[in-house]
Design a protein around this ligand. Sequence first.
Ligand code: FAD
Ligand code: SF4
Length: 508
Amino acid sequence: YRRLVIALGDQLSTRLPSLKGFDKSRDAVWMAEVSEESVHTWSSKTRIVLFLSAMRHFRDELRQKGYVVRYKEFSEGSLSTLLEDFLAKNEVDEVHLVRPGEHRLLVNLSESCSSTQTPLRLHEDTSFYSTPADFEDHARGRKQLRMEFFYREMRRKHQVLMDGKNPRGGEWNFDSQNRKAFPRSGPELLPPRKRFPPDDTTNAVIKLVNEKLPNHPGTCEDFDWPVTREQGLAALQNFIQDELARFGKHQDAMWAGEPFLHHSLISSSLNLHLIDADEAVSAAEHAYNEGLAPIESVEGFIRQILGWREYVRGIYWSYMPEYLERNAFEAELDLPDFFWTGNTEYNCLRDTISQTLKFGYAHHIQRLMVTGLYCLLLGVHPKKVHQWYLSVYVDAVEWVELPNTLGMSQFADGSVMASKPYVATGQYIKRMSNYCSGCRFDPTKRTGSDACPFTTLYWDFLTKHRVKLHSNPRMRMQLRNLDRIDTAELQQISLQAAAIREQRELTT
Ligand code: FAD
Ligand code: SF4
C-alpha cells in the first residue's frame, strides 16, 4: 500500500485528517479488535460492546464507500504486535496515524513502525478546537493553570457565544446558576430518552463479549448507546430539542433512580469521533440564537465542551507519562469491593455504582462528588481509582478520564487541574440529591453508629492532611472549622474512620 491509515477504536470518523488525500486504489485503512485493549483496561461489558460495535459499523460504512479496510476481528495480542506483524507481511510505504487518545498507544504504535522501518506520519486531531501545542502556548509562563482563562481564550479565538469582544449574556461564566438542587418533589417529568436498541451487528458483538469475556464487570442487556454517526447526531439533536433548556439550572443535581436527568449523553459519541465538538457547540449556540434555551444552559453546556474537555486534553498531553504516577496524598488503599457490585448500604454509592454497572454512565457530579469523593476521603490509591473509572464508563478514554479522575477528583496531581481538593461532608450530597432521605446514615453526624461515612471521613481527611492543606488559601475556612472540634471527638472520628477503612461497622 502507498499509505496505511490506522483508525483506532475511538477514531471512527471519515473526517479524520489522515484520510485526506486517501487514494482508494492504492491506500488502505487498518483496524483491529484486540483482546489486550479490553484486558489492559479491565473494561466493562458495556464499554467493550460500544467500542467493538461502533468499530464494526464504521468498517462497514467505509467499505460501502469504497475504502479498502484491513480489519482484524477480536484477536489475541496487542495492537502494536498486530500492526508490526501486518507491516512485516505487507509492503507499506507510509503509516498515517491521528494522535491517539492514550500516550501508551502513541509510544507502542510508533515503535511498531520504527521496528519495521516504516515511516510514520502523525496527524493532529482536528475534531478538537485546540492541539496540545496550543495548550502549551497558553500554559507557557503561567504559574498556575486555570480552566477559566483557557476557556475565555477559546471563546475569543473561535468566536463562540461572543458579541464582538464581549461574552454574550454579559458574563463569561454562569456557573453560579448551574448548581440548583431539584425541589422536594423531584425533577419535572423527564421526556423519554432517545434509545438506540441493538441491531444485528451489535447483537453479534454482545454474543461475542458474553462468550469470550464473561467475567468482565457490567452487563450488555441494557445496551442502547449510539454506535454510528447518524445515531450520535440524533442523540445530540434530541438533547438540544428536549433537554438543553433545562440542563443548566440542575447540572449538579442528583436524584435516586434517575440516572440521566437533563444531561446530554453525548460524551461517548464525541469521544469515539462519531460527532465532533464543534457540531455540539454550534448546535447549542444556534438554540440560544433561536431563543430555545437560556444563557445559563447554553453557556454551561458549551463550557463543558469548549472549556473543560479541551482543557483536560491539554493537561493530559502536557504532563504524561509522569502524570500517571502522581499521588499527592500518598493514598495506598485498594478500591472497596462494592465498586464492582454496587452492593453497599450507602444509598448514594449504591445508586451511582449500580447505574454505572448497568448503563456505563453516571453524570459528572455523581462521578466527582459521590464515587470520586468517597475514594479520596477513604484514601484509595489514585491509580486504582483511575483504573476503575477507565473500565466502567462508556465515554472513558484515557486522555479525558485520567485528568478528571487523578487531577480533578483525587487531587493527586497536587493542584495542576484544580485549585483545591473537592472535599465535602455528606451534607453536600444531602443538599444536591434525595439520596440521604432513604439512607440509614445521617449526613449531619460524624461519629456514632449512624454517622454518614462521608462526614466521618471528611473530618478525618482534614485532620490527616492538615499540614499539606494549610498552605492552600482556599482551604482556610474548612480548616478553621476543623479547629473547632475538640481533641476527644477528633480521636473518636479517627477511630471511626479507621473502622470504615477496614470495612467494619462501628459498634459504639
Ligand atoms: P453532559 O453533562 O451533558 O456535558 C456535556 C459534555 O461536556 C459531555 O458530553 C462531555 O463531552 C463534556 N464534559 C463535561 N464535563 C467534562 C469534564 N469534566 N471533562 C471533559 N469533558 C467534559 N468524561 C469523559 O468524556 N470521559 C471520561 O472518562 C470521564 N471520566 C470522568 C471521571 C471523573 C472522576 C469525573 C469527575 C468526570 C469524568 N468525565 C469524563 C467528565 C464528565 O463526567 C462526563 O463527560 C459527563 O458526565 C458525560 O456525560 P454527558 O455526555 O451526559 O455530559
Ligand atoms: Fe450517602 Fe451519607 Fe447520604 Fe447515606 S447519609 S446517602 S452515605 S451521603
